[in-house]
Write a protein that binds this ligand. Structure first.
Ligand SMILES: Cc1cc2nc3c(=O)[nH]c(=O)nc-3n(C[C@H](O)[C@H](O)[C@H](O)COP(=O)(O)OP(=O)(O)OC[C@H]3O[C@@H](n4cnc5c(N)ncnc54)[C@H](O)[C@@H]3O)c2cc1C
Length: 588
């Protein structure tokens, strides 16, 4: 503690910062005091976390003259208390991003009562919906970290996941080229990192070999001197994976509750007894905290303040498909973070694309005090366009800009494990990139933690005899041959009714999505499942049609259909067409 205090005094002589050590002896430092800016709060947190022996930082530093936004759980608690008991389970999973969905599926193979809740109206409404969709190689991950270990293992598990769950997965490989000799040593170091982490077949290759892998480099006038080929890199649509996972988990018996906010963890004699949500209390033996940017607050609810999440915003621009990716593989120059003036703690930023063929430009990486600040700004757009290497695209090709918040902590590693203070409470926090790639391995790790603990407690966790890991692949009309399409339309005429013209999404596909084990209730939920609204017009034409289908199938009024979360209804009141007898005449 003495060294940390003297470090703070020496480096921040003008600030009054208090540092104290976690009383449980875990070498977690709690910081308090006042700083000059949010950047300084984050910088001090990072610097303290880097001190020898420190495993993490709880950062209570404030900023002079600034109110740091914090979620107020009291209205949720009040509503939950009024509602009484909602349900009973063995395990409650809080948060249904890719991490929670993966865990739900992993646990669905056991004879356990698993309830999975999310405060959103669907899965993947947090970081999982707003990222680059890379199943990363282990080139840029610090060796020895949990992140590195789970990233490599998770990446290898993706082929099985994609086969069983029927989602699109492109193992495109990543080719990092160097033309400027200044970066050769750094590229060699990146190769060593990949080797050390146990990545699959990374290769340091010369310029000619690079041109063989990606001949189009020459067309763009690139003359690689040295390159790093990382064949394990893959690409997914992250929301598609989350939906596939939760549908399979639900088909195997997991109960899913949306619009349900965890607001307190109930304990007795140092063990979990339940989760209070705004819909009531769920009695349970285990709580798995996969709450993304709010994971530190859920951990605090369980009486275990062991990390702080500082949101790191990333802005991404998505391009129209009429500008296809330059290269077949994920390919770009290796340029060190310092030269691009980007945050070295965040991965990504190369020439990325979605499996559907849209180019992605970005992300940026900006520390923000508000965990819900997903506003996109001109400044961020200017930055991502500046680091873009693709001469074929400009801002005119952008069909959407979005931002997501990375749930970073100060150790810049994952926080996964049973709380030593509250038995039955399992943290799965700080899952920033490569969280998508690591998620199969994260789920496996959590499954093992639970299994070991249950075994110790002689609490049986037998497997279900009828567990089915396979989720049937959904129809993608646009990918079928003409003959296959005709056959399908004959069987179900709704496949002949195109709703989203940009992406060729049919009514049949929307009905398939609705008639699934986890029913989508919002327009965005349909978009995540089918791509209706993801094309050039961004739903300008198909949104009213999707609204009509949702209302018809779910027995709702048009004005009750939300764009996404509660209260985001697109139609605010009855209009001339809807009122009176005309209302009954509507139809798709
Ligand atoms: C711009 C950007 C680019 C990225 N690119 C990549 C990439 O290419 N590859 C990669 O591997 N990773 C990438 N990441 C990181 C990746 O998105 C995350 O690691 C991953 O999505 C984390 O998933 P999660 O399930 O842990 O969190 P989330 O997806 O944030 O899910 C957490 C869920 O918890 C719910 N929740 C929170 N509080 C409560 C509560 N009190 N009660 C109930 N529910 C609650 C939220 O509603 C949310 O749905 C990127 C991230 C960003 C922001």
């Amino acid at each position: 503690m003495k060294t940390i205090r003297s470090f703070l005094k020496k480096n921040y002589p003008d600030l009054k910062i208090n540092a104290s050590m976690d009383p449980t002896g875990r070498n977690i430092v709690t910081l308090s005091g006042e700083c000059g800016s949010w950047q300084q709060v984050v910088e001090i947190g990072h610097n303290v976390a880097k001190q020898e022996g420190v495993i993490n930082v709880v950062n209570d530093l404030t900023v002079k003259g600034m109110t740091i936004p914090r979620k107020d759980y009291s209205p949720y608690i009040e509503r939950g208390m009024e509602s009484g008991q909602l349900d009973e389970a063995d395990v409650v999973i809080v948060g249904l991003g890719i991490t929670g969905c993966a865990i739900a599926r992993a646990l669905s193979k056991y004879k356990l009562r698993v309830i999975a809740i999310d405060m959103g109206e669907d899965v993947a409404t947090g970081a999982t919906k707003a990222n680059n969709g890379g199943v990363h190689h282990a080139g840029g991950v610090k060796p020895g970290t949990l992140k590195a270990k789970l990233s490599v293992r998770g990446n290898r598990m993706y082929d099985d996941w994609a086969r069983d769950l029927g989602f699109e997965f492109k193992r495109c490989g990543d080719l990092l080229v160097v033309e400027d000799p200044r970066f050769e040593e750094e590229l060699k170091a990146e190769y060593q990192v990949a080797v050390q982490n146990g990545d699959v077949f990374p290769e340091l290759i010369n310029g000619d070999q690079a041109l063989k892998i990606e001949p189009k480099l020459a067309e763009y006038g690139v003359e690689p001197k040295l390159a790093l080929w990382l064949p394990s890199q893959g690409r997914i649509q992250p929301y598609e994976v989350a939906v596939a996972l939760i549908e399979n988990a639900a088909a195997n018996g997991v109960k899913v509750i949306f619009d349900c906010t965890a607001c307190a963890i109930e304990t007795k004699d140092g063990s979990v007894t339940g989760v209070l949500t705004d819909k009531g209390s769920i009695r349970t033996k285990y709580v798995i905290n996969a709450a993304g940017v709010y994971a530190d607050e859920i951990s605090e609810m369980a009486g275990d303040r062991c990390f702080t999440i500082h949101g790191r915003k990333g802005t991404i621009a998505i391009m129209d498909k009429n500008k296809p990716p330059m290269y077949e593989h994920q390919t770009g120059h290796y340029i060190s973070a310092s030269v691009q003036h980007r945050n070295a703690d965040s991965k990504g930023g190369g020439m990325e694309f979605t499996p559907a063929g849209n180019i992605l430009i970005g992300p940026s990486a900006t520390e923000v005090p508000d965990k819900e600040d997903v506003e996109t700004t001109g400044e961020e757009l200017e930055f991502i366009m500046r680091i873009n290497e693709n001469p074929d695209v400009s801002t005119a090709d952008i069909i959407r800009i979005y931002a997501g918040i990375r749930p970073a902590d100060y150790s810049e590693d994952y926080v996964i494990g049973m709380s030593p203070l509250t038995h039955g409470f399992i943290n799965v926090g700080a899952i920033q990139s490569p969280g998508l790639g690591a998620s199969p391995a994260i789920a496996e790790m959590v499954e093992n933690i639970l299994f070991d603990d249950a075994t110790k407690l002689k609490f049986p966790m037998p497997r279900k005899e009828n567990y089915n890991p396979v989720r049937e692949k959904k129809v993608k009309f646009r990918e079928l041959s003409r003959e296959e399409q005709d056959k399908l339309i004959e069987q179900r005429p709704e496949y002949g009714h195109v709703i989203c013209r940009c992406e060729t999404i049919t009514e049949g596909e929307i009905l398939d999505a609705i008639q699934s084990p986890v029913i989508p209730t919002s327009i965005d939920a349909i978009k995540r499942r089918t791509r209706a609204g993801m094309g050039r017009c961004q739903g300008g034409f198909c949104q009213p049609r999707v609204l009509e289908i949702l209302a018809r199938e779910l027995g709702l009024d048009w004005i009750e259909v939300n764009l996404n979360k509660k209260g985001s209804n697109i139609l605010k009141s009855d209009n001339r067409i809807m009122n009176g007898q005309n209302r009954d005449k509507r139809g798709v």
